[in-house]
Write a protein that binds this ligand. Structure first.
Ligand code: IPE
Ligand code: IPE
Ligand code: MG
Ligand code: MG
Ligand code: MG
Length: 306
């Protein structure tokens, strides 16, 4: 037992071993939700499929499934937020890479969508991925109307101007500026944290019953993991390997992005990641061994090299 991290129980120790099956599962769901390339407009559909199905760690769906394991939720129900959130994430990456935003040419080891296709197609593919996410939720026959409503409002908020999109606006407006710690944490919380948090909270919204304490703990856990996720992303932009990452290293510095390493250096950024991981782990104590999958995943998210 180190730094508040608990040993995974025998029962749940193998979440890492179960991850590939969950990845296959969500990719199958995305595949069947996405329009086929033989439908008009074929090129738009090809770009949507390329954006959504070409690689990616699928961390957000994994968070949905791990939270679901903790709360004993039927995986068939979890497929819905897992698929919807990953489609939204895919749209956000397409826009993030555009020349008007981060102007990156490489994503998931492949040319970015606007490089592979063209800018207009990339914009439209992302435009179409977003409503598809909500269509997946709205048409889920095995969810109740109450569950559907909860998922739509929770995920819409996380994606909109008070969530990811707002965070992206602040990110762009902050290029070349030095932000305060609070401003930086707020920007990270919105552009990345909001959607990460929605993964955990959407699984919570499908739980039969949850005490206020447990709800609060899950919210804080997801908040901490979301911030640590983006700090690690910023560290990897400095220290990572383009081959391993599948996206260009040094992109943030070239654009004078407001990042944790730019403000505090690598060592302090690493320290903050560990601190946030420990705080996240503390939140899970309320759930006992049932949260071991979340513990495993939280460690993987914070300690990742890609
Ligand atoms: C990258 O997210 C964008 C950020 C929010 C930092 P991921 O690191 O989850 O990217 P993929 O989906 O694995 O490519
Ligand atoms: C992106 O942050 C956050 C999104 C909402 C897509 P970054 O711009 O740092 O993500 P990468 O490094 O390009 O994946
Ligand atoms: Mg960006
Ligand atoms: Mg970027
Ligand atoms: Mg980055």
């Amino acid at each position: 037992m180190m730094n508040g991290m608990r040993q995974a129980s025998a029962e749940n120790a193998d979440f890492a071993a179960r991850m590939p099956a969950y990845v296959v599962r969500v990719e199958q769901c995305m595949d069947s939700a996405l329009p086929t390339v033989d439908q008009v407009p074929e090129r738009l559909h090809e770009a949507m499929r390329y954006a959504a199905l070409t690689g990616g760690k699928r961390i957000r769906p994994l968070l949905v499934y791990a939270t679901g394991e903790c709360l004993e939720i039927d995986p068939a129900k979890l497929d819905i937020p897992a698929t919807a959130i990953e489609l939204i994430h895919a749209f956000s990456l397409v826009h993030d890479d555009l020349p008007a935003m981060d102007n990156d040419d490489l994503r998931r080891g492949q040319p970015t969508v606007h490089r592979k296709f063209d800018e207009a197609t990339a914009i439209l593919a992302a435009d179409a991925l977003q409503p598809l996410a909500f269509q997946v939720i709205a048409t889920a026959d095995h969810l109740s109307a109450t569950e559907i409503k909860a998922l739509i409002s929770l995920i819409a908020e996380a994606c909109g101007s008070l969530g990811m999109t707002g965070g992206q606006a602040i990110d762009l407006a902050s290029e070349g500026r030095q932000l305060s710690v609070d401003e930086l944490a707020r920007m990270h919380g919105l552009k990345t944290g909001a959607l990460i948090s929605a993964c955990v909270m959407s699984a919570c919204s499908l739980a039969a019953e949850m005490s206020d304490d447990k709800h609060r703990a899950m919210r804080q856990f997801s908040h901490d993991i979301g911030l640590a996720f983006q700090i690690r992303d910023d560290i990897l932009d400095v220290q990572g390997d383009t081959e391993v990452l599948g996206k260009p290293v040094g992109s943030d510095q070239a654009l004078k992005k407001a990042t944790w390493p730019a403000l505090f250096g690598i060592e302090e950024s690493d320290r903050r990641c560990i601190e946030l991981l420990n705080s996240a782990m503390d939140q899970l104590s309320l759930f006992g061994d049932a949260a071991d999958s979340l513990r495993t995943l939280a460690s993987l998210i914070v300690e990742r090299v890609k």
